[in-house]
Design a protein around this ligand. Structure first.
Ligand SMILES: Nc1nc2c(ncn2[C@@H]2O[C@H](COP(=O)(O)OP(=O)(O)OP(=O)(O)O)[C@@H](O)[C@H]2O)c(=O)[nH]1
Ligand SMILES: [Mg+2]
Length: 470
């Protein structure tokens, strides 16, 4: 569900092209702002016209300026009604001649939302939040403003699955994987280019490539076994056709992510992982995503070992517009978890993201503590934690395997977030984790910005890794 839950039904030709009518204050109230009202609205059939009271008006305070000429309005409306959501096209029109945030941009955004029939309260909340973020993060470069606005609109309007957005993410993934690809694929090109069949020499060479790519011996053996079977099934006997086999195997190697069943709100997500892997920043990024999708998010500071960890979370919560629950340094993390869920239940939060400490995984205490937190959560809120998410730093290579084993045995990991994939040559570790532990990867971190955490798609990963140019 996007933030503008009622907008998507209008996409694809049914956008309001008439001058939008003014929303009554009552209608604005009924549509609710995002806070505490993340009510799932079933999209109605595309043919259903928008309810008039939900439409917002053109900005009254600002008379038509050069930026809001009729020609500009017509161009934007035409782009929006052209049948498909071509994000870059309408975003280009929206931002033409705009180089800074300010009244001109807000007026244009109001027109965009009015044309889409967005509830006024949500449109105003979007603008206010974007403004606050741009100020807090000191967004000044036009490309940063554009990139931030695009991410926000894509999530708010639920457009992440649109082809164009997927293509843009794919490009980013390819860029992030460049070093891994260089290592993983160096040698593959020569191997696939040679004439002849899949003889022992071929398999030995392939094994060496996998080992060099930091895949580890256990995963390498499993992968080789799978590939032999797959080559037989596909009837591939030539080295020159082996790329198809490897590509098909990689596309299927990553288990699919299961949607958690949440019988009653809040959904509780427990983040685990060793020191410095990116747990806290990933929590901020996940909170940010969820907020942009219209959910009410509470961050719980379960890493009570360092005051700085609590402070870091408080800052992030403030920035991304999430609630925060924290206790003093040294407090019992299980008590933090319990009280945070209690607060979430009382105050109608949709999602609780629980940070935990990440001291060395070789310390047994940490695992005991995590088990205790899990037990307390289960007791407090049946079904919780709905997801235990293990954060892994891609740059650690083979250590990722032992970390996964330890955390999985201790608390049962549901999914993995792989951070710092940008700039490392060790991304091949994803393949070994998937093969060895059969755990799905939900998100990958491709940089330090909020928008750099993106859903993982195995098929795209395989394509990016084995695509042209190796
Ligand atoms: N390049 C890059 N840096 C990242 C990514 N994710 C996190 N980081 C950086 O990694 C560093 C550590 O992140 P934290 O979120 O503090 O890690 P943590 O796991 O909470 O660490 P502790 O609380 O000390 O256990 C920060 O500087 C982040 O900006 C990513 O995907 N790419
Ligand atoms: Mg942390």
């Amino acid at each position: 569900m996007g933030f503008f839950s009622k907008v998507k039904k209008l996409w694809g030709g049914n956008v309001a092209t008439e001058t939008p009518v003014e929303a009554t204050p009552q209608a604005a109230l009924e549509t609710g702002s995002q806070a505490g009202q993340a009510v799932e609205v079933e999209p109605s059939p595309a043919s259903e016209p928008a309810a008039e009271p939900d439409l917002i008006t053109q900005p009254e305070a600002k008379p038509q300026t050069a930026e809001l000429t009729q020609a500009w309005r017509d161009a934007l409306s035409a782009s929006l009604t052209s049948g498909r959501a071509k994000i870059s096209e309408w975003l280009g029109i929206l931002l033409s001649d705009i180089s800074a945030t300010g009244p001109d941009l807000w007026a244009r955004l109001r027109f965009l939302f009015a044309t889409l029939g967005a509830p006024k309260a949500e449109a105003e909340a979007f603008i206010a939040e974007f403004n606050a973020w741009a100020t807090a993060m000191n967004l000044q470069k036009p490309e940063d403003i554009r990139s931030e606005l695009r991410y926000r609109l894509v999530l708010a309007l639920d457009l992440e699955q649109e082809q164009e957005e997927r293509t843009s993410l794919f490009k980013k993934l390819t860029k992030g994987l460049a070093k891994t690809k260089a290592r993983f694929a160096s040698g593959l090109g020569a191997l696939f280019g040679r004439s002849g069949g899949l003889d022992d020499g071929f398999w030995d060479e392939l094994e060496e490539i996998f080992i060099t790519a930091d895949m580890g011996s256990e995963a390498t053996q499993k992968l080789l076994g799978n590939l032999k079977t797959r080559a037989r099934t596909m009837g591939v006997t030539e080295a020159s056709r082996f790329r198809e086999v490897l590509s098909a195997e990689l596309e299927e190697i990553f288990p699919l992510l299961k949607k958690p069943k949440v019988a009653s709100a809040p959904e509780v997500v427990m983040m685990v992982g060793v020191n410095g892997v990116g747990k806290t920043t990933t929590i901020a990024k996940l909170a940010y995503r969820a907020r942009l999708q219209g959910r009410k998010v509470l961050i719980a500071a379960g890493d009570t070992f360092r005051a700085a960890a609590i402070g870091q979370l408080e800052i992030w919560a403030g920035r991304v517009g999430a609630g925060i629950f924290s206790k003093a340094e040294g407090a019992d993390p299980a008590a933090v978890a319990f009280e945070a869920v209690d607060k979430a239940q009382r105050e109608g939060f949709d999602l609780v993201l629980l940070d935990t400490a990440g001291r060395l995984h070789t310390k047994v205490n940490l695992m005991e503590e995590l088990r205790k937190i899990k037990r307390v959560l289960e007791k407090k809120h049946p079904g919780a934690p709905h997801r235990v998410v293990l954060v892994i730093d891609a740059t650690t290579g083979q250590n990722a395997l032992s970390q996964t084993k330890l955390f999985h045995e201790a608390v049962g990991v549901d999914e993995i977030v792989l951070t710092k994939l940008d700039g490392t040559a060790k991304g091949g570790v994803m393949v070994s984790v998937a093969i060895t532990h059969k755990l799905p990867i939900s998100f990958i971190g491709l940089g330090e910005k909020m928008e750099d955490l993106r859903p993982f798609v195995g098929e795209d990963f395989a394509k990016a890794l084995l695509g042209d140019g190796d």
